[in-house]
Every structure is written in C-alpha cells, then in structure tokens.
Design a protein around this ligand. Structure first.
Ligand code: ZN
Ligand code: ZN
Length: 361
C-alpha cells in the first residue's frame, strides 16, 4: 500500500494539515492516478468551512490531472502511464439518469471501501470521490478521461470542474443557441467559462456582471461584449439598456443569494436562468413566482455543467489546443502542496482566478 502525502482537514475553518496517509490499491473498475496538478475550487473551500457538512478528517480537491500509475481488475479502457483528467463525476452507467445522458445526477452513488487511511488504520474521507489534495488518488474509471500528452497539466486539470461547469452550464444545461443574448452574473473561475462558453456557442451579446471593475476587464478578454458593475443601483437596468431587451439566458455563477434574487430581473420573455453557483446549505432566496409564470421563464439547476465527460472534455481539450479556449489565462498562481493553505487564502481574497497545486512527479 503506497504511503502518500495529503492535505487533511481535521476541523472546519482550520488550516489543512499535511499528513502521510495510506492509499489502498485500486479495486475492480478503479484506477490509481499519480497527480501532476490539482486546482483549488471554491467548493473545496466551502467544504473546508463546513458549509455543506460532511465527516472529518477529510481530503478535498477534485479538479486534477495526472498519469495512471495502476489499474484495478477489469479496467480495459485505460493503461498505465496514460495522462488523464480526474473529475468528481462518478457514474454507474446503469441508472435512468446515466442512461439518458445525465451522469452528473447519477442516482446510484454506492459507497466503496475507503481508499484513504491514517497509518493507525483510522479512515480518512476521500471527499467528492476524489480527495485530490494528495499525491495520488484511487478513483472509479467513470471519473477519468484520457487527454493529450503534449498539453500542460496545470491547464488540463481545470477541465475537471470549473471549465465544464461554466461551458456546460451555458451549452448543455442552458441550451444556448447562436444569436441569443446572455447575462453572466459573476466573473470568477466559473463565470469566465460561462462567458467563453457563450462565445463558443455563438451568443449575440454577452453581458458580464461583477462587483469588481478589474474582473469585468478580464471578462471582456474572455468574450464579454459588455460589463456591468454589480455595485451599481439596479444593475439590471444597465444590462437591459445594453441589450434593449431581457436576456435569453442568465447564468448565476456565484453562490451569493442577492445574485440569485436579482437574476430574474435580467431575464426576458421565455428566458432561462441557469443556476450554477452553490450557496451554503440552508440559505434561502426570495422571488416573485408570478413573474416566471407570466413570462414563460425557466429555472434550470446545473450540476457540473450537466457534463458527459467522455464527450465534453476531449472537445474542450481540442478547442484549447487550437487556441479557441482560454485555459492558461485562468491560472493565476502555481503552488506546492506544502503551500496549500496560502493558496487557499489567496483564492479566498477573490482576486485569484484559479490557483493550482503542482506536484513533483
Ligand atoms: Zn469544483
Ligand atoms: Zn447512474
């Protein structure tokens, strides 16, 4: 059983502790991946803050890339040495949601023997089926996709979560059609990808809304045609002025409740609101049901961009290789595993796009 270094959460709202843990060998249908890069996502921070509960000690991290170092019995689609992206999307491929092309809402999340233990034998939770703040992971083969060898792992790892969540939210969940008008609330890691997803899908106009002028400038570089400061009074009026009408698709990419409450104001007749940002459990929003009822509007929850990873990640890796998808520009900092608490603190300040932990492999 290999002993690996991992960043462990032992108490909510406390720094992660680097510990040596034992990682069991892959079972049937599983693979072991030696990680090259893992990005810090806001969901990792929300978990570490206790926003969504969960047992401790736990290892977070779910936006990773690396090479397969071992395969379990029955794994035929992957081979040792292959570079893969590791995601949290574990699919049974048999339930009705998997069978109809929606593995992000797989209903069959059967527990499996814990991959991680402390040297004294106590279990450490491998959070989100990944536990990728660690040198290696053992995951189900449904969670990985092979990616090209010649692209940098610190950019490829972003395809595991933030990129598919933003682009998939716009295209898979929002069903954005060429020529439609879009508002994206929040120009952080996911918001920038919703914006580039709208650009790729051929949106007519793309309005970015954010509290920071600097982030609106970044949003324009990713394809936004207009920027509106969320700090203004009634920012939706500015967006309406830019579009001359309400938007066809409004993507909420942040977990802030005011963003969810205001989103409906940006929508036109028949508009679709795509709910991507994840508020803390128990947080409530208020809205007027008569408005969507009368205006024929839709509210669409989108988990992980409704992605089918074997379809979407190779597509996005190709767009990146062709220069049509920005990934390098999303990476704002590179850190070692020992610096993970500093990297998380930097992400918390809100200025960072994606901070990536690089492993010495
Ligand atoms: Zn994530
Ligand atoms: Zn399933």
């Amino acid at each position: 059983m290999p002993r690996i270094r991992a960043a462990v959460c032992t108490a909510f709202n406390q720094p992660l502790a680097i510990e040596a843990l034992d990682l069991r060998a892959p079972l049937a249908g599983e693979v072991e991946v030696t990680l090259e890069a893992v990005a810090i996502c806001h969901s990792d921070i929300s978990y570490a803050e206790g926003a969504w509960g969960g047992d401790l000690p736990a290892v977070y991290g779910h936006e990773a890339a690396g090479r397969i170092s071992s395969t379990g019995p029955g794994v035929t689609a992957f081979t040792q040495g292959q570079r893969v992206v590791v995601t949290l999307i574990k699919a049974c491929n048999a339930c009705i949601n998997c069978a109809t092309g929606h593995p992000t809402i797989c209903e069959n999340q059967a527990p499996r023997p814990a991959p991680l233990t402390r040297p004294d034998g106590t279990e450490v939770i491998q959070s989100m089926h990944c536990g990728a703040f660690a040198e290696r992971v053992v995951v189900d083969q449904s969670q990985i996709v092979a990616v090209p060898d010649n692209l940098p792992p610190e950019s490829l790892c972003l395809l595991a979560c933030g990129v598919i969540t933003g682009i998939g939210g716009m295209i898979n969940a929002g069903r954005l059609k060429p020529g439609e008008d879009v508002v994206v609330i929040g120009a952080g890691g996911v918001g920038l990808n919703a914006i580039q997803g709208a650009r790729i899908a051929g949106a007519r106009r793309i309005v970015a809304v954010d509290m920071s002028e600097a982030k609106l400038d970044t949003a324009r570089a990713f394809g936004a045609t207009h920027g509106v400061l969320g700090t203004e009074k009634s920012p939706w009026r500015k967006a309406m002025k830019a579009l001359g009408r309400g938007a066809d698709v409004v993507a909420v990419t942040v977990g802030a409740i005011p963003a969810y409450e205001q989103a409906l104001r940006y929508m036109g007749w028949g508009g679709r609101m795509v709910m991507i940002g994840m508020p803390h459990s128990g947080a409530m929003a208020q809205y007027e049901p008569v408005v969507p009822a009368f205006m024929g509007q839709h509210m669409i929850g989108s988990k992980m961009g409704d992605a089918v990873i074997s379809r979407d990640i190779p597509w996005m890796a190709d767009l990146y290789a062709q220069g049509r998808l920005k990934l390098d520009e999303l990476v704002s900092g590179r850190w070692s595993l020992d610096q993970i608490n500093e990297a998380i603190a930097d992400t918390r300040t809100g200025g960072a796009r994606r901070n990536v932990i690089l492993f010495d492999t």
